[in-house]
Design a protein around this ligand. Structure first.
Ligand code: AMP
Ligand code: ZN
Ligand code: ZN
Length: 414
């Protein structure tokens, strides 16, 4: 019974699909075990149950594999911190990617100013000094296992002197089919860990909201890519020797309303930089009274503010000089903003994430199917930091020290 659904699906895909994956010379052993780690950005834990999206391949993978009820992300529930926790097993305070936008007062940039990191800053994302800890592709390559990354955050930098054998510069316009075909080619050439990334569900969730029909269509686009992957592996005789591990970095909550920071803070005089959005923060000027700043922000509705060292321990969001000295955690549905910003730019109408990782709408998925995983099993929630150790065990490599739980890995591995 186990494989019949996905095999039937592969036949259906073949029947309806003209373009097949490239058949370049391939030297890899198709019977060697491989792991494909797939990130569907912003794919909320409850999306598989939606009745407005047809996702037959994901449904088959769930039926034939193991699913955790939820994948609990790390705080802040943003894309880069979570992607890097998934592949290092570390909390952001330990791996250094403490937000999508980061300042490091101890590190200078090329001009000698305080170094700043953001997703679109090529100099930063390719600079290994930002990426602490050891991502799974470094662990694997060091132990002789070849890897390939289709633009996983961090994979464009040399980390501890190591890069994936195959990697790509991030290109959000690259069609999903081309991404999948690269992954298949790399596996054909002997890569045993390959990562894939799909952003469309997150993009639609932000623009139209988690419950929108556009978000359901984006789920179907990803499902078509999963079908192409499963079909390409089956054609190579590698489907039964490959673990497919699907994760997401966070979920999505309906539209954010603004909290006006400029009502209580003199942005010019008191701040060097502000981290705006659903996971907020303030870098105060040297002359600012930090306790007073925290008290004023905390007194606003729909928000908690803390000195960095007082952030509740469950957030694991204290022990890094890259965390802003004032941490602002809004209630779900609210966002740190300013009157000036809203007057000029209006409010986004759709969805958001970045909130407290205890909020269920922020939780993502973990679905895994293949030789390392039991079939037809649903387990208790996993944490994002558990995934690194699970990948290491599926690959048969020795993991670096990490914050994941062995008991959690035992629950999902065969
Ligand atoms: P977020 O703002 O947390 O929702 O981030 C999601 C966005 O991150 C996606 O829409 C992509 O545009 C962007 N992104 C994802 N991966 C990368 C990458 N490797 N390099 C640069 N930007 C990325
Ligand atoms: Zn994301
Ligand atoms: Zn997003």
């Amino acid at each position: 019974m186990r494989r019949s659904f996905l095999s039937l699906l592969a036949l259906l895909v073949l029947a309806g699909c003209s373009a097949s994956a490239p058949t370049a010379p391939e030297s890899g052993d198709p019977t060697a075990r491989a792991v494909v780690l797939i990130s569907i950005d912003g794919f909320r834990h409850d999306y598989p149950e939606r009745t407005d999206a047809e996702t037959p391949t994901m449904d088959a993978l769930i039926a034939e594999g193991v699913r955790a009820e939820r994948l609990v992300p790390v705080y802040p529930t943003k894309t880069f911190p979570n992607h890097y926790s998934l592949v290092t097993g570390l909390h952001p305070e330990a791996h250094g990617i403490v937000g999508n936008t980061i300042l490091d007062p101890t590190m200078g940039d090329a001009r000698g100013d305080t170094a700043r990191f953001s997703l679109g800053n090529r100099d930063a994302v390719t600079d290994g000094r930002w990426w602490l800890g050891e991502p799974i592709w470094v662990t694997a390559e060091r132990q002789g296992v070849r890897t390939g990354t289709v633009s996983w955050p961090g994979s464009e930098a040399e980390i501890n002197g190591v890069r994936p054998t195959n990697w790509m510069v991030y290109d959000g316009d690259l069609p999903y089919a081309a991404r999948v075909d690269s992954a298949l080619t790399w596996i054909g050439r002997g890569a045993r860990l390959v990562t894939l990334y799909f952003e469309g569900v997150d993009t639609a969730g932000h623009r139209f909201g988690p419950d929108a029909e556009e978000t359901a269509r984006a789920m179907e686009d990803v499902d078509a890519a999963l079908a192409r992957l499963a079909d390409g592996l089956r054609q190579r005789g590698a489907l039964e020797t490959t673990d497919l591990v699907i994760v997401s970095d966070h979920g999505m909550a309906p539209v954010s309303q603004p909290i006006f920071l400029d009502d209580v803070v003199d942005l010019e005089r008191e701040t060097v930089a502000v981290i705006w959005g659903e996971a907020g923060g303030v870098w105060p000027t040297p002359s600012a009274d930090v306790d007073d700043l925290v008290a004023r922000i905390d007194a606003l509705d729909h928000v908690e503010a803390y000195r960095r060292e007082d952030v509740p321990a469950r957030f694991h969001h204290r022990a890094s000089e890259r965390i802003p000295p004032v941490v602002i955690i809004p209630e779900p549905g609210w966002t740190v903003s300013s009157r000036g910003y809203v007057e000029n730019r209006g409010m986004p109408s759709g969805g958001a994430h970045g909130y407290d990782n205890a909020v269920e709408a922020m939780h993502g998925v973990f679905i895994a199917r293949g030789p390392s995983f039991p079939d037809g099993v649903v387990t208790e929630p996993l944490s994002a930091v558990d995934v690194y150790g699970i990948l290491a065990r599926a690959l048969g490599v020795t993991p670096a020290p990490n914050a994941g739980s062995d008991a959690a890995a035992d629950r999902v591995l065969r």
